[in-house]
Design a protein around this ligand. Structure first.
Ligand SMILES: [Zn+2]
Length: 247
């Protein structure tokens, strides 16, 4: 009988196979395991807007009553504080850069294969503190996608991370007062401020939130393995085509 090859040993055992796959072939694990030259790979450390965004995020605590409210809407958030998110970003060597987004109108995105959070370069060199806070909120959202390590999204996943944005935004409002309303930046008016309003809308059916999620994310599956769909996500999916026929 010929000896079993090490490769076959890996394949033959479920646990070993999983470890082997995770360590050797998962591009995110590979990227995160690489040691990086901080000054070369993380120029954002010297970027005032990103440094300010991360400092502010690190000090941000979410109000327990806001978290309970989200839970009642079927929203589970990936980080319980801004500090948890920043610690995760540092531990996983996630880079944050300004760059042109893949699609126009995208404020920020996470590239699963490169392990990079990209902020729309329209905000590069901003000296507007409110925009820096909004960048912090965008980083928080994208760190949620990074935590999943799966490279795809769903309506429920977006809903959960946008809900986290809403509580983060309310925490900034509590800390700094309404410093956002004067800004015309889309990352604020069509982003973080909008979702804080939509999630905490007194309408118990959250119709405006469902419509927004449907318009932006209606093509995604309603949920996924890590984010089973709740009522809002299912409604956003279910009514997508019905409503577009009525318009
Ligand atoms: Zn997202």
């Amino acid at each position: 009988m010929s000896p079993i090859s090490p490769v076959f040993t890996n394949i033959s055992s479920g646990i070993e196979k999983y470890k082997w796959k995770t360590l050797m072939t998962d591009p995110v694990e590979q990227r995160r395991a690489q040691s990086i030259d901080v000054l070369h790979d993380m120029p954002w450390i010297n970027d005032k807007a990103i440094a300010t965004a991360l400092t502010e995020l690190k000090q941000l605590d979410f109000a327990p009553e806001d978290l309970r409210y989200l839970k009642s809407m079927g929203v589970e958030i990936p980080f319980n504080s801004g500090k948890e998110a920043v610690d995760f970003i540092e531990k996983e060597n996630i880079r944050i850069l300004f760059d042109k987004p893949a699609e126009q109108g995208v404020h920020a995105q996470y590239d699963f294969y490169k392990n990079i959070i990209t902020i729309n370069n329209a905000y590069k060199n901003t000296d507007d503190f409110a925009v820096m806070l909004a960048i912090g909120e965008a980083v928080l959202h994208e760190a949620g996608h990074a935590k999943d390590k799966d490279g795809y999204s769903s309506i429920q996943e977006e809903l959960s991370f946008l809900g986290m944005n809403a509580v983060a935004h309310r925490a900034f409002l509590k800390k700094y007062g309404d410093i956002f309303s004067d800004s015309s930046a889309p990352i604020i008016q069509d982003g973080v401020s909008l979702y804080a309003k939509l999630f905490f809308d007194p309408d118990p059916e959250k119709k405006a939130l469902i419509q927004r999620i449907r318009d932006k994310y209606g093509d995604l599956p309603s949920g996924d393995r890590l984010h089973p769909p709740g009522i809002i996500a299912r409604n956003a999916k279910k009514n997508k085509y019905t409503n577009s026929l009525l318009v």
